[in-house]
Write a protein that binds this ligand. Structure first.
Ligand code: NDP
Length: 330
């Protein structure tokens, strides 16, 4: 084991969060029961905010950023985990209140770890990352609601070319739901079509204010965008349908009316990945192992070196990243 290792740490700089690479030792890590050697992490939108300093993600400083990690257990004081176990951690306050994945080693609480399904390598697990696991939680929520039908009415995915959106498109299509991808990047149509999207809608068509009840089109939807886009999606959802909302890439506002809910029984299903209980996580990862085609997964992500992290953070905030980015911590 190395004496010192590289980490991306957010520190206080004159009252503002500022990130940079530092060297840490094992003695610097929190005193949690499981020591994990991190192989890969990811860059999610929230990581972009934390790394660039554009958002106050860390609620205490100093903070090792990175909301995801995949690695191997090195030491464990917990009976639930042993040396050599392959694990993933998504959320649980990583990068907010808990030191996260941008470090070669991390000490974590046993209950934060999820066993990596055999279907995936550590790299692939991070190709999925929080974004993909959240997409899977959304599809679970829609299926539990019960209104989407294989071969039935369309299911809408907004922010389709992003991390959550791409995986949602692939998972829904695999189950036979007709998927309409809403994207602002027409150049991604071929890519989204290869994942299984059957039709496309320009994202601007959803982001303009319209009537509170519009023609019923969507049996359900996965929304990563929020704001007027979510309101429009709800206003176009069929009687009894549901939109699983997980993101705010467009806006955190919800500038709509109650009419779709009280006149059409449309449900707004909130989806949080950070504090999701372990059974939901296991179900989401089981779905990913079953339904996410390996060739599709490979086409969704690129692997980048740890050093590229600051640049990647800027790009994800500017909407210049297609799909997912895996960060090689090795
Ligand atoms: P990405 O940046 O990879 O994708 C977001 C996509 O949203 C973009 O690719 C773009 O899609 C679309 N988009 C961006 N800006 C706008 C805009 N102004 N108006 C309309 N569409 C826009 O992010 P992720 O997929 O990783 O995350 C998506 C959202 O989900 C984020 O808000 C993130 O914080 C949230 N999230 C929430 C989680 C939870 O637990 N609830 C967990 C993970 C993510 P396109 O190019 O196709 O138009």
């Amino acid at each position: 084991m190395t004496d010192s290792f590289k980490a991306f740490v957010i520190e206080d700089a004159d009252g503002k969060p500022k990130g940079g690479f530092k060297h840490l030792t094992l003695a610097d890590l929190p005193d949690n029961d499981v020591l994990v050697e991190v192989a890969y992490s990811t860059v999610n939108y929230k990581d972009g905010l934390a790394v660039s300093g554009k958002g106050r993600i860390a609620r205490k400083l100093p903070m090792v950023a990175g909301i995801d990690l995949a690695g191997t257990v090195v030491e464990s004081r917990s009976p639930d985990w042993k040396q050599g176990d392959r694990v993933i951690v998504n959320g649980w306050g990583l990068s907010e209140t808990v030191w996260g994945g941008y470090a070669k080693f991390q000490r974590l609480k046993p209950e934060w770890l999820t066993r990596l399904p055999d279907a995936f390598t550590l790299e692939e697990a991070m190709g999925i990352g929080t974004a993909g696991y959240t997409a899977s939680l959304c599809v679970d929520a829609l299926e539990k609601w019960g209104v989407i039908q294989p071969g039935g009415k369309e299911v809408l995915v907004t922010g389709a070319a992003g991390g959550v959106g791409s995986v949602a498109v692939a998972l829904l299509a695999k189950r036979g739901y007709p998927v309409t991808a809403a994207t602002g990047r027409p150049e991604t149509h071929d890519y989204l079509g290869s994942l299984g999207a059957t039709s496309f809608i320009e994202r601007g068509a959803l982001s303009e204010k319209g009537a509170p009840l519009q023609k019923e089109r969507w049996a359900g939807g996965v929304d990563a965008v929020g704001g007027q886009t979510l309101v429009t999606a709800l206003s176009q959802t069929v009687y009894g349908g549901a939109i699983a909302a997980c993101g705010l890439a467009g806006s955190a506002d919800l500038p709509g009316t109650v009419l779709p809910h009280i006149l059409r029984s449309v449900a707004l299903l909130g989806v949080d990945s950070v504090m999701a209980p372990q059974p939901k996580r296991d179900a989401a990862w089981t779905r990913l192992a079953r339904d996410l085609d390996k060739a599709h997964l490979k086409s969704m992500y690129e692997v980048q070196p740890f050093d590229a992290l600051p640049d990647l953070a800027t790009k994800i905030l500017a909407g210049q990243i297609r799909g997912r980015v895996v960060v090689d911590i090795n």
